[in-house]
Design a protein around this ligand. Structure first.
Ligand SMILES: [Zn+2]
Length: 495
């Protein structure tokens, strides 16, 4: 079932086969449905505090003909889970889990297994479990975008103590010390270090910083420092910007354009970077959910029209969201178009263009390329574009049967290169955002235009940039991961 995340599947794998399993905070019901489909439970108790979520879950079970195997309850926590042998609590913070276990103590104690996947404050949860006599029987760290702890616990009534490292990382995880545990420790050190970057103002703050510094050192000591192997470091925003500079040089930024770090702190450490063309609200939410420290987008987040930052304005709300989540955002726009190896060059590579000319000068660079291709008709080239770029929509102007060998290419809104391409003998141009009158006018002068879409002629840069940034950072021993947004998409849908 494609709706079930890898993270939830891991949680399900932690559950034993039972008669009845309670899915607490069931949200859309994906986990509950999978429990039935995978034979983990004969019945599911689906509980959620939100009636609308529960209604969504109900519709999902109906769609798969499983609604008779489910009891639905709009309720808080474990209140209606008394008939279950096991319960799954995922997608909520550690504090909420503690509240739930404290509220319905009897029911919680009677469960043979509780599978917990806290989205934060796992240390709070583990200290509660130790104090209250829940044994941790199984635990792991899993990666699904970011790293998540997953625990399977059972009430025994015997309380025990955990030290600070065990509370944060998990006693079984520490005993096993696998790759994900090591990454998780590094991430926790990074989070702790963030708290003592700026001096505390209050006495309480200073105490907290002292404790965090101590804990970070304790955790650091757990990580093996192999002799002879260079130590990896978490790069700063400045260091990431420096790595990007040759790929999108700042001297190729157009006069009208905004590029570079639009908002952020050059000294901030960066473990994960999200790459996208546009920071839509969905992309911003994705960045927050994946816990990324930085976004590198093609189009700027702060456009020249932004005069204030109001929650009620769509574009401004996104900026507020990113700032509140402490996510740095940098964009590489005209400089990424023009750079050697940038968008235009990636397109030329894909279309086997032997580049002979650069087109429109922008700063120290040029926007658009021109070169020769094997003889091909305009129509066949348009079809090739549709296939190569997996386009939403492709249209062309002029005679489709005309055979061309001199092709100009410019990603995105690239009609502006026509003026430079025509005198050089270009017969066809591939770009996006072609206006009717532009196509008409240049057509009359012998230039066919293929409009393969703004988004589709630019998205090709993302996997290429990801690879180059990752390789460059790996060479510098930077501990950082570059992800491509999985929710970024064309603003248009073809009917
Ligand atoms: Zn663009």
């Amino acid at each position: 079932m494609d709706m079930l995340s890898w993270r939830l599947q891991q949680a399900i794998d932690f559950l034993p086969v039972c008669q009845v399993i309670a899915d607490i905070g069931c949200d859309h019901g994906y986990a509950g449905l999978a429990l039935l489909q995978q034979g983990k439970a004969k019945r599911v108790i689906a509980c959620d505090i939100s009636a609308s979520s529960l209604e969504k879950a109900r519709r999902l079970f109906v769609r798969y003909g499983r609604e008779k195997q489910v009891d639905f309850f709009v309720c808080d926590g474990l209140a209606r889970a008394s008939g279950a042998q096991a319960a799954l609590l995922a997608g909520m913070g550690g504090h909420t889990m503690v509240q739930i276990l404290q509220k319905d103590v009897e029911i919680a104690h009677a469960l043979e297994r509780l599978v917990l996947q806290p989205s934060d404050s796992v240390d709070v949860l583990r200290s509660f479990l130790a104090r209250s006599g829940y044994a941790i029987e199984q635990e792991t760290i899993l990666r699904d975008g970011r790293l998540y702890p997953l625990l399977s616990v059972r009430y025994t009534g015997e309380s025990y103590t955990l030290d600070a490292r065990q509370t944060l990382i998990g006693p079984l995880n520490l005993a096993r010390m696998d790759t994900h545990t090591r990454s998780y420790i590094q991430w926790q050190i990074h989070i702790l270090q963030k708290t003592f970057r700026t001096p505390a103002v209050s006495e309480r703050g200073r105490k907290m910083q002292k404790r965090n510094r101590w804990l970070a050192e304790q955790l650091q000591a757990l990580l093996p420092q192999q002799k002879g192997e260079p130590k990896k470091m978490i790069p700063t925003v400045k260091q990431i910007a420096d790595v990007l500079e040759p790929m999108a040089p700042s001297n190729m930024v157009a006069g009208f354009d905004t590029c570079g770090v639009q908002c952020g702190d050059f000294t901030q450490r960066v473990r994960t970077v999200l790459l996208c063309l546009d920071v839509t609200e969905d992309v911003a939410d994705e960045a927050i959910a994946k816990g990324v420290d930085m976004i590198i987008s093609h189009h700027p987040v702060i456009k020249p029209t932004v005069r204030h930052l109001q929650e009620q304005d769509g574009a401004e709300r996104i900026i507020r969201k990113l700032i509140k989540a402490d996510i740095t955002f940098l964009n590489a726009h005209s400089n990424l178009d023009c750079a050697e190896g940038g968008i235009c060059d990636v397109l030329c590579r894909m279309f086997d263009v032997k580049v002979t000319h650069n087109l429109k000068p922008i700063g120290a660079g040029y926007f658009g390329r021109m070169g020769t291709v094997e003889p091909i008709t305009v129509q066949a080239l348009a079809q090739k574009a549709k296939k190569l770029l997996n386009c939403t929509k492709v249209v062309y102007s002029g005679d489709g049967q005309r055979v061309i060998t001199k092709l100009a290419i410019a990603g995105g809104n690239g009609s502006t290169v026509c003026k430079d391409a025509l005198p050089l003998g270009a017969e066809c141009v591939i770009t996006g955002d072609v206006l009717y009158h532009t196509a008409l006018e240049f057509g009359q002068n012998g230039l066919s235009m293929i409009d393969a879409g703004h988004y589709d002629t630019e998205k090709v840069i993302l996997p290429d940039l990801q690879k180059r940034l990752q390789n460059a950072c790996n060479q510098l021993q930077y501990e950082v991961e570059f992800l491509i947004s999985t929710v970024g998409k064309d603003v248009f849908t073809q009917v």
